[in-house]
Design a protein around this ligand. Structure first.
Ligand code: MN
Length: 354
């Protein structure tokens, strides 16, 4: 029997990173201006009202997990740093924030856990309300929380702040379970294909999530990867193996982004799409603008190029959800971190929610 709702254990913004402390001290320093002491302390009590108050166009969820990465860790700090900048620039977004998924940093997915570990971590998270079968790992908690919100908020549209790119795998499972992928196109901005079927035997991580997500698409050609440039195999290999489409950075850099996006939208509409999900891996953008990430790559697009494509596509197709992942503000210098967060913010501001 599974214990729900997950909203019972969701933490205040910035407090979901269960590291050497609860993380709440740093959260207070960063976000105290927007969330007062009572909001931080009584988040779980206040959350049902916050959920009830959500009325389009989107809701923010923090997912401070980097256990699904594998190169340099640090994306667990992404949501807190992203929120600080987003709320400075857009204080009206604060009421959209539904808090953080509590992330035990050693856990990733429940399929990896013994019954004993699941019970021990389950009791730590759920206290007395733990029952066998309750989700305990970050990816499972995110998936179940999203499903809960789909069933509570009409026209629920998540903006999930990750986290490494395994984040998107959990979102896709929720989209699939709720039947949201039927007429949906997907854009993935990324330097990498994320198309391994497993990595060292791990089937749910930053490198495998797209291979899993593609299986959920009614037509894989509605899934378009944009900005690929670091791959052990050529484009033809991936396109013929998985049926998705890839637009590599080397072919995009000389294109006008508005014209490229207009053609992309026309193509997706011709394939029956009327809505869109966008997965934003910050390493899709050139490393000059996004140095604080696990695998920065040169030869990528500028933030303005990416933002223009997103602006045009989301003006034409209804945006049903988005994520911003792989932002690791603790990698590199503080200036690198700030630059990367500013780039992510620029890209998120381009999303049109209508
Ligand atoms: Mn990725």
């Amino acid at each position: 029997m599974t214990v729900f709702p997950v909203s019972k254990i969701v933490r205040s913004p910035g407090s979901g990173l269960l590291s050497f402390t609860t993380g709440s001290g740093k959260a207070k320093r960063f976000l105290g201006e927007w969330f007062d002491g009572s909001a931080m302390k009584d988040w779980q009590t206040q959350l049902p009202d916050r959920i009830k108050a959500q009325q389009g166009p989107f809701s923010i969820i923090g997912f401070p997990s980097d256990c699904g990465g594998g190169i340099c860790r640090g994306t667990a700090h992404g949501p807190l740093h992203l929120r600080k900048k987003l709320y400075e620039d857009h204080p009206e977004w604060v009421t959209r924030d539904l808090g953080d998924i509590p992330c035990i940093p050693h856990l990733l997915h429940d399929v990896m856990l013994s019954d004993r570990q699941r019970e021990l971590s389950g009791k730590a998270l759920w206290n007395d309300s733990f029952e066998a079968g309750s989700p305990v790992s970050p990816l499972n908690l995110l998936e179940e929380f999203l499903v809960e919100l789909y069933r509570t908020i009409s026209d629920f549209r998540p903006l999930v702040l990750g986290g490494d790119h395994s984040t998107a795998g959990a979102i896709f499972e929720a989209l699939h379970r709720e039947g949201r992928l039927k007429n949906c196109a997907v854009l993935q901005f990324d330097a990498h294909t994320d198309l391994l079927e497993s990595r060292f035997g791990v089937e749910n991580c930053f490198a495998t999530w797209t291979a899993n997500a593609i299986k959920r698409m009614p037509d894989p050609k509605r899934f378009v990867q944009i900005g690929i440039r670091a791959s052990g195999f050529p484009k033809q290999h991936w396109e013929s193996k998985f049926g998705l489409r890839q637009h590599w950075a080397e072919d995009l850099l000389s294109l006008d982004p508005a014209k490229y996006a207009a053609e992309l939208v026309a193509d997706l509409k011709a394939r029956g799409c009327d809505c869109l999900y966008i997965s934003n891996d910050i390493d899709g953008t050139d490393k000059q603008y996004a140095p604080s990430t696990g695998t920065p790559e040169g030869g990528g697009m500028t933030p303005d190029w990416v933002a223009k494509v997103i602006e045009v596509c989301t003006s034409e197709l209804k945006l049903i959800g988005a994520d911003m992942v792989e932002v690791a503000p603790v990698i590199g210098s503080p200036a690198d971190g700030e630059l990367t967060v500013a780039t992510a913010t620029r890209i998120l501001e381009a999303h049109q929610w209508h």
